[in-house]
Design a protein around this ligand. Structure first.
Ligand code: AMP
Ligand code: MG
Length: 499
C-alpha cells in the first residue's frame, strides 16, 4: 500500500510531539476499510489484501513514508485546566495532500501507550471505535464538518474497562488534529516559538485566504476560528446533535467536529438533554453547546493574546469584540438554518418567535425532533392531511393531551399561512425542507444495536446501519425503520465514555 505522506506536522518544533512507533496488537483483523475515502486521500490500496490493510491500520506494520508521532496538548476538561494531556492512545501516522490539494492527517487511535498515556493503557475497546466510525460518517453524510473514518481493525486482544471487552484500532482522518488545547499548552509553557509556529501552521493550513503578512494576522485567525465554531455548533443544534464532551482538547482549530465519545442525536426534543454519563451537571447539554463553545474560545483567546498586536489591554479588547461577534454569527446561522427547516427562503421578523413557540411545543409533547421536521414537509399545504405530523403524538413516551394538540394545530395554521404568503413555489419549499431535514440519523438505539451485534462477531448490523446513513436526506424504502425513534425497551438513556 502506498500512502503519499508529506508529514508537515513533524516539521514543527520538537516540543509539539513525541515520535514513536505504534505498539503491535496480537491478531489484527480488518472490520472495515473506507475505500472511497482512501481514494480521496490518494492511497493506492489496489495491491493490498485485507490482511495488509489490517496490519497497517492496527499499527503492526508502519507504512513507508510514515513518521508516527503523538501530539502534545493540554486542555480544560469540564472547566478545569489539565496541564498535560496529549495523544495518550493515538498516533499521527503522518499527513498527506489529498486529491483536492488539502492537507489531511491520518491517525491511529488505540495504537498503544505513549509518553502522554498517564495511567491509561493506550488501547480502545471495539464499541467506542465502531461508535466513532458510525457517528463521524453519518455527520459527513449530513453535511457537517467532521473528522472521517478510514478503517477499523479488531486487535484480537481484550481491553479491560468496567469488564474485559474486545479491543480495536480506529483510524481517523482530519483536516488536522490541532485543538484549542494544543495552543493552550504552549501558552501555558510560555513557549513563544512553538506557539507562533503552530499558529502560522494553522493559518496556512486551514485559513489560507488570510493575509499571512498582515500585522493583525493572528487576530484575524482567531476571528476565523470563532466563525467556524459558531457555524459548526449551529449545525449541531439544527440536527439535534449533542457532542457530550466539549473540553478544549476536543475542539479543533479547523472547525471539524472531533472526538465522538459519549455523543448522541436526540430523539424527543429536550433543550436540556444530556446523554453522557460523565456529564452529571449538564455542562455539555444540548442547549449549552453554543455558550460552551464561546467559553472554550475565550480560553483560546487567552492562549493567543501574546500574538496579538498592541499592549495587553488592546489585545483583550480585540478578543472581547470577536467573542461577542461569535454570538451573533452563531445566532444568525442557527436562525437561517431553522427557517430553512421550516421551508422559508429567508428570515423575517417574527420567525424567531415562531421557532421558539414550536420548540416549546416539541418539548412539552416530548415529540421526536428529527421526525417532526421531516414530516412537516408532508403538510405544507393548508388542505393537507396532518396525520403524518399529528400521529407523532401517539408514539410511546409522547405527552399527548388535547391542549397540546390544539396548540400544534394553531402553530401549523399560522406556519402554513406564512408559507403561502412568503413562498410561491411549493415544490421548492418541499425540496428545501427535505434537503435539510434528515430522514435518517444515527439514532442511539441503532448504534447500540450495531455495537452489540459486533461484540458477538456479527458485523452485518453495523454494515447495514452505515448503508442506511449514507443518504440521510433521501427517502429509502429499504431503510424506513431506521427513521423511527426507539420503542421504550430500546431506549438508551446514557452513553458512557467507556473509552
Ligand atoms: P478523550 O476523553 O478521548 O478526549 O481523552 C482525553 C485524554 O485522555 C487524551 O489525552 C487521551 O489521549 C487520554 N486517554 C483516553 N483514553 C486513554 C487510554 N485508554 N490510554 C491512554 N490515554 C487515554
Ligand atoms: Mg479527546
Amino acid at each position: 500500500m502506498k500512502i503519499p505522506f508529506v508529514n508537515a506536522y513533524a516539521q514543527l518544533p520538537d516540543a509539539c510531539f513525541a515520535k514513536l512507533p505504534p505498539t503491535p496488537v496480537r491478531a489484527p483483523r480488518l472490520i472495515r476499510f473506507n475505500y472511497p475515502l482512501a481514494q480521496e486521500l490518494g492511497i493506492d490500496s489496489s495491491a493490498a489484501s485485507d490482511q495488509d490493510i489490517a496490519d497497517i491500520f492496527a499499527g503492526n506494520r508502519v507504512p513507508d513514508g510514515a513518521d508516527p508521532l503523538a501530539m502534545a496538548y493540554c486542555g480544560h476538561q469540564f472547566g478545569q485546566l489539565n496541564p498535560q494531556l496529549g495523544d495518550g492512545r493515538a498516533l499521527l501516522l503522518g499527513d498527506v495532500i489529498d486529491q483536492q490539494g488539502r492537507q489531511r492527517d491520518i491517525q491511529l487511535k488505540g495504537s498503544g501507550r505513549t509518553p502522554f498515556s498517564r495511567g491509561g493503557d493506550g488501547r480502545s475497546p471495539l464499541g467506542p471505535a465502531l461508535r466513532e466510525y458510525i457517528l463521524c460518517e453519518a455527520m459527513y453524510a449530513l453535511g457537517v464538518p467532521t473528522t472521517r473514518a478510514l478503517a477499523v481493525v479488531s486487535s484480537g486482544e481484550q481491553v479491560v474497562r468496567e469488564q474485559p471487552e474486545p479491543g480495536a484500532v480506529f483510524t481517523r482522518v482530519a483536516a488536522s488534529h490541532i485543538r484549542v488545547g494544543t495552543l493552550q499548552l504552549f501558552a501555558l509553557r510560555q513557549d513563544e516559538q512553538a506557539l507562533r509556529a503552530l499558529a502560522d501552521h494553522v493559518l496556512e493550513r486551514h485559513y489560507p485566504h488570510l493575509d499571512r503578512t498582515a500585522d493583525d494576522r493572528y487576530v484575524q485567525l482567531f476571528a476565523a476560528i470563532c466563525r467556524r465554531q459558531a457555524e459548526l455548533i449551529a449545525q449541531w443544534l439544527l440536527l439535534g446533535f449533542i457532542h457530550g464532551v466539549m473540553n478544549t482538547d476536543n475542539m479543533t482549530l479547523s472547525g471539524e467536529t472531533i472526538d465522538y465519545g459519549p455523543c448522541a442525536f436526540m430523539d424527543a426534543f429536550k433543550a436540556g438533554q444530556v446523554f453522557s454519563s460523565i456529564d452529571q451537571r449538564g455542562r455539555y447539554a444540548y442547549q449549552n453547546q453554543p455558550a460552551i463553545g464561546q467559553w472554550n474560545l475565550a480560553r483560546l483567546a487567552e492562549a493567543m493574546l501574546s500574538l496579538f498586536p498592541g499592549d495587553e489591554d488592546a489585545a483583550i479588547q480585540q478578543a472581547t469584540t470577536i467573542l461577542k461577534d461569535y454570538n451573533n454569527i452563531h445566532s444568525q446561522a442557527w436562525e437561517q438554518g431553522m427557517v430553512r427547516k421550516l421551508g422559508f427562503s429567508s428570515v423575517v421578523a417574527g420567525d424567531v418567535q415562531r421557532i421558539a413557540g414550536l420548540l416549546e411545543l416539541l418539548e412539552q409533547g416530548a415529540l421526536d425532533y428529527t421526525l417532526f421536521f421531516r414530516r412537516l414537509g408532508q403538510v405544507t399545504q393548508p388542505n393537507a392531511d396532518r396525520s403524518p405530523v399529528l400521529s407523532l403524538l401517539n408514539l410511546p413516551d409522547c405527552r399527548n393531551n388535547a391542549a397540546l394538540e390544539r396548540a400544534l394545530h394553531e402553530w401549523l395554521d399560522e406556519w402554513q399561512q406564512q408559507l403561502a404568503q412568503r413562498e410561491t413555489e411549493s415544490a421548492e419549499v418541499i425540496a428545501r425542507m427535505q434537503s435539510v431535514n434528515p430522514a435518517i440519523i444515527p439514532r442511539n438505539h441503532r448504534v447500540a444495536e450495531a455495537i452489540e451485534a459486533a461484540e458477538n462477531d456479527d458485523f452485518s448490523v453495523f454494515e447495514t446501519l452505515l448503508s442506511a446513513l449514507e443518504q440521510p436526506y433521501a427517502e429509502q424504502a429499504a431503510f424506513e425503520h431506521y427513521q423511527l425513534p426507539p420503542e421504550p425497551e430500546q431506549k438508551v438513556l446514557r452513553t458512557f465514555c467507556g473509552t
